[in-house]
Design a protein around this ligand. Structure first.
Ligand SMILES: Nc1ncnc2c1ncn2[C@@H]1O[C@H](COP(=O)(O)OP(=O)(O)OP(=O)(O)O)[C@@H](O)[C@H]1O
Ligand SMILES: [Mg+2]
Length: 273
C-alpha cells in the first residue's frame, strides 16, 4: 500500500481557510523570535485537519493565526475569502487546560450559555444550550459546578461552550491532552460524533500521531523552526472509525509509520500546495 504525500493537491473548490505565506515574529523583551516563516496551508470547508510536529515548530502559533488571536507579521490568512483581522465570528477555540477556560462560579449550563455571549444569531435559544449539553452527554450534570466534574467532563463542557454558538470552525489546541487515556478516547469519539452531526470544519493540534490519524481527513506535519508544512497526508480510512479495528488496519499502520518518520526526521521539506 502506498501513502500519498500530497505535493500539488488537486482541489476543485477554493479553500475555506487559506494561510498564504504567513510569517509570525514575536517581539519580546529579550529580542524577537521568528515562530513562522512563509507558511502556506489551505483547508476545505467541513474538513477535519490535524497539525502535528515537534514542540516549538509553530503549531499553536498557526492555530492562533487562523483563530484571529494573532495577526501575521507577513502574509495573509483568509476565511471564506475574507482576510482574518480579528477573531472571526465563525470560529471558536478549545485549549488544553480546561481549568483555565471554565468559569468556576457558573454551573455547566451557565458555562455553556456563556459561549453564546457574542452570538448574533437570534435562533440561539436556551433550547440550543440544552441540546448541545445533551450532545456532549452532560444532561444529568447540567446544574453541577466544574469542581464537581472529572477532567474529561470539564473538557466536554469547554467543547460544548465552544460549540454553543454553532461555529463553522472549531480550533482545538491539544484539547485532549490533559486527561487519562480512556477519557481521551471517549473525547475523541465525542468530537467525531459532533463533527458528523454539526458539520463544522475542525482544525486540531496534537502531539499524538495516533490521535491525528484516527480523527482526521488530512494530517499536516510541520517543519522544525517554523518553516511551515513539510508533509500533507490524505487519510483515506473511511468512516465511521473504530478505536480498535481502525487502529489495526494495514493502511492505518502504514500512515503511522510514515508520519512518525516524518515528524522525527529533521529534514526540512517544502510542500507545494
Ligand atoms: N508569546 C510568545 N512570545 C515569544 N515567543 C513565543 C511566544 N509564543 C511562542 N513563541 C515561540 O514561537 C515558537 C513556536 O511556538 P508555538 O507555541 O507555536 O509552538 P508549538 O509547535 O505549539 O509547540 P508545543 O508543541 O510545545 O506547544 C517557539 O520558538 C516559541 O518559543
Ligand atoms: Mg503548542
Amino acid at each position: 500500500m502506498t501513502v500519498t504525500v500530497l505535493q500539488r493537491r488537486d482541489r476543485t473548490s477554493p479553500p475555506y481557510i487559506n494561510v498564504m505565506a504567513a510569517g509570525v515574529v514575536y517581539e519580546g523583551k529579550r529580542g524577537s523570535v521568528e515562530a513562522l516563516r512563509k507558511v502556506d496551508l489551505s483547508i476545505q470547508r467541513g474538513e477535519f485537519l490535524t497539525i502535528v510536529g515537534r514542540s516549538g515548530s509553530g503549531k499553536s502559533t498557526l492555530l492562533r493565526l487562523i483563530g484571529g488571536l494573532l495577526a501575521p507579521s507577513s502574509g495573509v490568512v483568509t476565511i471564506a475569502g475574507d482576510i482574518v483581522l480579528d477573531p472571526p465570528r465563525q470560529a471558536r477555540f478549545v485549549a488544553q487546560d480546561y481549568t483555565q477556560s471554565l468559569l468556576p462560579w457558573l454551573t455547566v449550563a451557565d458555562n455553556v450559555r456563556f459561549g453564546l455571549r457574542h452570538a448574533v444569531d437570534a435562533n440561539h435559544s436556551p433550547g440550543s444550550v440544552d441540546q448541545i449539553i445533551e450532545l456532549v452527554g452532560l444532561t444529568a450534570a447540567r446544574k453541577r459546578y466544574p469542581r464537581e466534574l472529572s477532567g474529561g467532563m470539564q473538557q466536554r463542557v469547554a467543547i460544548a461552550r465552544a460549540l454553543a454558538s454553532k461555529p463553522d470552525i472549531l480550533l482545538l489546541d491539544e484539547a485532549f491532552g490533559s486527561v487519562d487515556a480512556l477519557s481521551r478516547a471517549s473525547l475523541q469519539e465525542m468530537i467525531l460524533d459532533l463533527w458528523g452531526k454539526l458539520g463544522f470544519t475542525a482544525v486540531l493540534v496534537t502531539h499524538d500521531i495516533d490521535e491525528a490519524i484516527y480523527l482526521s481527513d488530512r494530517v499536516a506535519v510541520m517543519n522544525e523552526g517554523g518553516f511551515g508544512v513539510k508533509g500533507d497526508y490524505a487519510i483515506r480510512l473511511g468512516r465511521p472509525r473504530d478505536q480498535v479495528e481502525t487502529r489495526e488496519l494495514p493502511q492505518y499502520l502504514e500512515y503511522r509509520r510514515q508520519l512518525l518518520s516524518d515528524v522525527h526526521s529533521s529534514d526540512r521539506k517544502e510542500v507545494v500546495s
